[in-house]
Design a protein around this ligand. Structure first.
Ligand code: SF4
Length: 461
């Protein structure tokens, strides 16, 4: 998963892009980068490992001049976490330059890469995204948007792209629409972003979503759109609303906060907790769902678990049991709220179960009498191949244990998951048009032939 942001037609394009990336930090913390193009058509890049706040030196930012910029925050799903895999990619080609930022995962990247390598292409990273750069470089069409469209023929899987071809910005969203992408206005310029919270930070006004299958180009001749797949079935990622996007964003046309509260209300209807004293969230992504649960059930909402926001990306793990230590560094319970109580702990999802188990033991150690776990999504039972880094099925706890085994393993008094139908019913535009493969195992497309090779980036055979 990644965040992408772009500006066309503003003299502070790179500085605005840096601001936008701050708002998209939750979509990727491994590396961040910006490519800016100045009025003479010269492209410059700055990329670094780590957070946006750590990545850009002031002197470097001063060099990123011009009215065009695109940026990227990375969370690796294909290719290792390393500086050569930081984006945007910047390549010099016969036409000039290609810069590219990608959010998503190409399901046929391994095959596409092999075909390019067999033709002599040399890759400088292990990212699936580099395949698209090669294909754009080879495209013969005349206009920038037609070149991108030509390059994307035969590319399968999830992509939201921001591409700069010389002095034209081209953005594209795959026909299934797995990942979100919006366009906004800022003065005479345009801003593109994965989520609307990144428009807010730069003061841009939301214009609209980029449609599934749409390619939009903007340059001195204005904004043009190719709408490729109108009427085709879409598969927006339901997990964006459940967990990934920020609650202050509108995603796929609907408020994330609203959908999470609706998930929480539905969860309270399907899995009530009669007699419980308080409801609390596993912060932060579950806050809105827990508020919805509390509102529906009438059980008081409390801030019984506090998250430490200042940990940074890594910390030295003490030798004592890693799991508990990790959870304790991130969360601390409020003993005064928990002591002697029957509590409802709301989380948005359970993946491996290690964090949940650690949290339950913390909450019990803080004096909770009963712990009732409620999850505002269906059980995760399958891997994602469309841009979210869920583990292999063997590591997904709900795929490996029965309900009773899970109750015992997590150490809870009861466990309630939202049903798949209930989850989809809570989506802003109703239950249709969503991908739910990780919850249902029903993949909307063919899945990669060699998933492990895809994770590794389809590198050398
Ligand atoms: Fe989203 Fe799950 Fe579909 Fe992946 S498999 S796109 S996480 S709903």
């Amino acid at each position: 998963m990644c965040g992408i942001f772009g500006v066309y037609g503003h003299r502070d394009a790179a500085a605005l892009t840096q601001l936008g990336l701050y708002s998209l930090q939750h979509r990727g913390q491994e590396s961040a980068g910006i490519v800016a193009v100045d009025e003479g058509g010269r492209a410059r890049v700055s990329r670094a490992m780590g957070l946006v706040s750590e990545g850009f030196e002031e002197a470097e930012m001063m060099e990123l001049k011009g009215p065009i910029a695109i940026g990227h925050t990375r969370y690796s799903t294909a290719g290792a976490s390393a500086i050569e895999n930081a984006q945007p990619i910047l390549a010099r080609v016969r036409h000039g330059h290609i810069a590219l930022a990608h959010n998503g995962n190409l399901t046929n990247a391994v095959e596409l890469r092999r075909a390019l390598e067999d033709g002599g292409a040399i890759f400088s990273s292990t990212m699936d995204s580099e395949v698209i750069v090669h294909r754009i470089a080879r495209a013969q069409a005349k206009s920038p948007e037609a070149r991108v469209a030509e390059a994307l023929e035969g590319v399968e899987g999830a992509y939201c792209l921001m591409v700069v071809l010389d002095e034209t910005v081209v953005v594209a969203r795959d026909p299934h629409g797995w990942r979100p992408l919006v366009v906004g206005k800022l003065g005479d310029g345009f801003v593109f972003a994965s989520e609307t919270c990144a428009l807010d930070i730069v003061g841009a006004t939301l214009e609209r979503e980029i449609l599934p299958g749409e390619i939009v180009a903007i340059d001195e001749h204005g904004l043009r759109s190719i709408k490729g797949t109108e009427g085709a079935p879409v598969h927006r990622c339901v997990f964006e609303h459940v967990y990934f996007a920020r609650p202050d964003s509108k995603v796929f046309g609907g408020s994330v906060d609203h959908s999470r509260r609706a998930l929480g209300r539905q969860l309270a209807k399907e899995c009530p907790s009669p007699g419980a004293d308080i409801v609390f969230a596993v912060p932060d992504s579950s806050n809105s769902a827990a508020l919805g649960y509390a509102a529906q059930s009438g059980i008081p909402y409390e801030l019984a678990l506090i998250r430490n926001h200042y940990i940074g990306r890594t910390f030295i793990q003490p030798t004592q049991a890693g799991r508990d230590a990790k959870v304790k560094v991130k969360y601390n319970p409020v003993r005064e709220l928990l002591e002697g109580k029957s509590v409802v702990m709301v989380d948005d999802s359970i993946v491996r179960g290690t964090t949940t188990r650690g949290l339950v033991s913390l909450v019990r150690a803080a004096g909770a009498r009963e712990v009732h776990m409620r999850v505002s999504s269906a059980p995760i039972i399958s891997s994602c191949y469309y841009g979210i880094d869920t583990p292999r099925r063997e590591e997904l706890i709900a795929a490996q244990m029965t309900h009773d085994e899970l109750v015992r393993h997590l150490g809870v008094d009861s466990l309630g998951y939202l049903s798949l139908d209930g989850m989809l019913a809570a989506m802003p535009e109703g239950p249709d048009g969503y991908c739910h493969a990780c919850f249902s195992g029903r993949y909307p497309t063919a899945i990669p032939l060699e998933p492990e090779l895809l994770r590794a980036g389809g590198g050398p055979r």
